[in-house]
Design a protein around this ligand. Structure first.
Ligand SMILES: Cc1ncc(COP(=O)(O)O)c(C=O)c1O
Length: 394
């Protein structure tokens, strides 16, 4: 009755069912999978709420790319992180997820294919399938840091491949491609005529050493990839910790003729839905200003959690795969049980973690922790992980 775009089974996995049952029982649960900043115990300034009472929102004057004022505000934010961005290359969407959907409609016919990174965020495959697009994976391999498998990347391109997605910093590994890896990515895109989609939603959260004298710890940028239509994605979800604001955007770059053609076509797609609300666009300057304090709290928390985790596991059998940025960390854990064993054992200790396979990490011994969770929860949950008898399986 329903289309094959949907998952073959809608039955919860055994782990999801166990977590739901544990939540239903109530009581304290240390959630180290948290990715919703609004439930992470951060202080949201009241001005984030009052930002919405802008009378400009009472006038409806739709523009498929988003209001010029909102796009100019985003340009000012890019300028604040050292980038000059023309407003006419921005297209606003209701979320980054919607931006993906627009791009699949722009670039792919049903049955065409896109390349997605592995490990990475499982959402991309669902988004693609809902638009009738197939996915192939290319790998970043665990060599202490995450290294692009350049040979495999090239081999994964098929005659129907239309685009390649890079997530930088990646979710959940936090890896940022090196200059050499960006060159290899550009080379594959040019040789096969692929568009490049760069998901930069975690760009404001680098985790390298803080630069002296800077209020904020810097910004992860994407180098120019010559000769390639490149669409960079970002949004308020992560930038100011406000997913419910529902505002994302695409920044279209590359050869001028292709950029112009892509923007004209995106106008048609965006105009069909006009999904970006006027209130969020009118509120944007105030949201970005007030949201800076939320971002600063998140930055501080990520760094504190990463430092605490690294200090606790140093000298133990657990290894940290140090992220370059982002909201999570991958741990290599010496556990050889079934895919869910570790997560279920921790659930018995009231600790919730994501097994690595959620993100297509190999089954044996990867676990993903949120760096966004309150520091006390991370400390306590990590202690439970470090003292699990499962670790004696090494
Ligand atoms: C890498 C990545 N891209 C996109 C998204 C979706 O963001 P949005 O809320 O803007 O749709 C997420 C959400 O966690 C994400 O991790």
């Amino acid at each position: 009755m329903f289309s094959t775009r949907l998952p073959a089974s809608l039955v919860p996995t055994p782990l999801a069912a166990a977590v739901a049952a544990r939540r239903a029982r109530g009581g304290r649960l240390l959630d180290l999978t948290i990715s919703n900043p609004t439930t992470a115990g951060l202080a949201y300034p009241e001005t984030l709420a009052t930002a919405w009472s802008n009378v400009a929102a009472l006038r409806y004057d739709p523009d498929p790319r988003g209001t010029h004022a909102a796009r100019a505000t985003i340009c000012r934010w890019y300028a604040s992180v050292g980038e000059t961005v023309p407003a006419d290359r921005l297209v606003l969407t209701a979320s980054t997820s919607e931006a993906y959907s627009h791009l699949f409609k722009l670039l792919c016919d049903p049955g065409d294919r896109i390349l997605v990174p592995c490990p990475s965020y499982p959402l991309f495959e669902h988004l693609a399938h809902l638009d009738g697009v197939a996915t192939d994976r290319y790998a970043f391999r665990d060599a202490g840091r995450w290294v692009l498998d350049e040979v495999e990347l090239d081999a994964q391109v098929t005659p129907r491949t239309r685009a390649l997605i890079v997530v930088s910093p990646n979710n959940p590994t936090g890896s940022v491609p090196s200059a050499r890896e960006w060159e290899a990515i550009g080379d594959v895109c040019r040789r096969h005529g692929l568009a490049l989609i760069v998901d930069e939603v975690f760009s404001a959260y680098p985790l390298g050493p803080a630069r002296p004298g800077q209020d904020e710890p810097g910004h992860v940028t994407t180098p120019e990839v010559p000769g390639v239509l490149t669409v960079r994605l970002n949004g308020l979800s992560k930038l100011i910790g406000l997913p419910q604001a529902k505002l994302g955007w695409m920044l279209v770059g590359g050869p001028d003729d292709r950029v112009r053609a892509a923007l004209d076509a995106l106008d048609v797609i965006a105009d069909t839905y006009l999904s970006v609300s006027t209130p969020v666009q009118a509120a944007l300057p105030a949201l970005l200003e007030a949201g800076a304090s939320v971002r600063a709290q998140i930055q501080a928390r990520l760094r504190a959690n990463l430092a605490g985790i690294t200090a606790r596991v140093t000298g133990s059998a657990i290894d940290v795969r140090v992220p370059d940025g982002g909201w999570s960390v991958v741990l290599r854990v010496p556990c050889l049980g079934g895919p869910d064993d570790l997560a279920l054992a921790l659930l018995d200790h009231d600790v919730l973690v994501h097994p690595g396979y959620f993100y297509d990490l190999p089954h044996d011994g990867y676990v993903v922790l949120s760096l966004l969770a309150p520091e006390g929860d991370v400390r306590e949950g990590l202690e439970a992980l470090c003292t699990l008898p499962l670790l004696q399986l090494t």
